[in-house]
Design a protein around this ligand. Structure first.
Ligand code: CO8
Length: 198
């Protein structure tokens, strides 16, 4: 078997400078250039409130798999703290979220990151959709665990918002299980109506 030359080893775990509220975070390699703000991107002012106090996408629709209360097997993510630079949220991993027996499915952890990163994007003031989502899975998450999520914006450039976040097991300072960096793209209202089939 040929091992790909770009395979990431444990030694490649590096400190990646970011606007994380607690300073640089550790990733398996840097976020790609597609999720890193370009030179000239507007950086959110430290400590300033988000332009939008809440996210209409969350408040107005309970059918969302990530945050809605009407989705029986949904993640039911609840936001626990919002300040000018970050959003914190959490959800409990249930049996219906399993991949391997007793462990959360990775795709659902990516969904959770999409949700909390998206909440940050919507608080920037526009209507945003995920264009690209990069996810690092760092530790398995057992069923029954609470995943503590946190996300923040690294910069805005035109229609593009660069958002990053992490999910920790059990407590806000618990082991990091998942990290994500994403590019959100601002879209007009018609985006949400023109493709609807019913
Ligand atoms: C509280 C709310 C929580 C919500 C959480 C959930 C969020 C979601 O999951 S949204 C659903 C999943 N996402 C989608 O369905 C989006 C589907 N994709 C689309 O509609 C389009 O491809 C869309 C809107 C992303 C971009 O299309 P379009 O509007 O034509 O813009 P386009 O010109 O292609 O791209 C705009 C810019 O973004 C860049 N871009 C777009 N996609 C990507 C990508 N995947 N990677 C890198 N750059 C990208 C383009 O290069 C372009 O950059 P520049 O302005 O510098 O030239």
């Amino acid at each position: 078997m040929t091992i790909p030359s770009d395979r990431v080893s444990g030694e490649d775990l590096e400190v990646w400078a970011s606007a994380a509220p607690d300073g640089p975070v550790r990733r398996r390699g840097p976020a790609s250039s597609r999720t890193t703000p370009p030179a000239g991107a507007a950086a959110p002012a430290a400590g300033a409130p988000f332009p939008r106090a809440s996210s209409p996408a969350r408040d107005d629709y309970q059918g969302c798999f990530g945050c809605g209360g009407d989705s029986p097997s949904g993640l039911r993510i609840v936001e626990t703290r919002v300040d000018g630079t970050s959003v914190e949220a959490e959800f409990a991993v249930r049996d219906v979220h399993q991949g391997a027996p007793g462990l959360a499915h990775g795709g659902l952890l990516a969904t959770a990151m999409d949700e909390v990163l998206g909440s940050v994007a919507w608080r920037l003031g526009g209507r945003y959709v995920t264009g690209r989502l990069e996810t690092d899975f760092l530790a398995p998450v057992p069923v029954g665990a609470t995943v503590r999520l946190r996300a923040w914006c690294n910069g805005v450039h035109g229609r593009k918002a660069y958002v990053e976040g992490e999910g920790r097991i059990g407590a806000p300072d618990g082991p990091v299980a998942v990290r994500a960096a994403a590019l959100f793209v601002e879209v007009p209202e018609e985006h949400f109506t023109k493709e609807r089939l019913n």
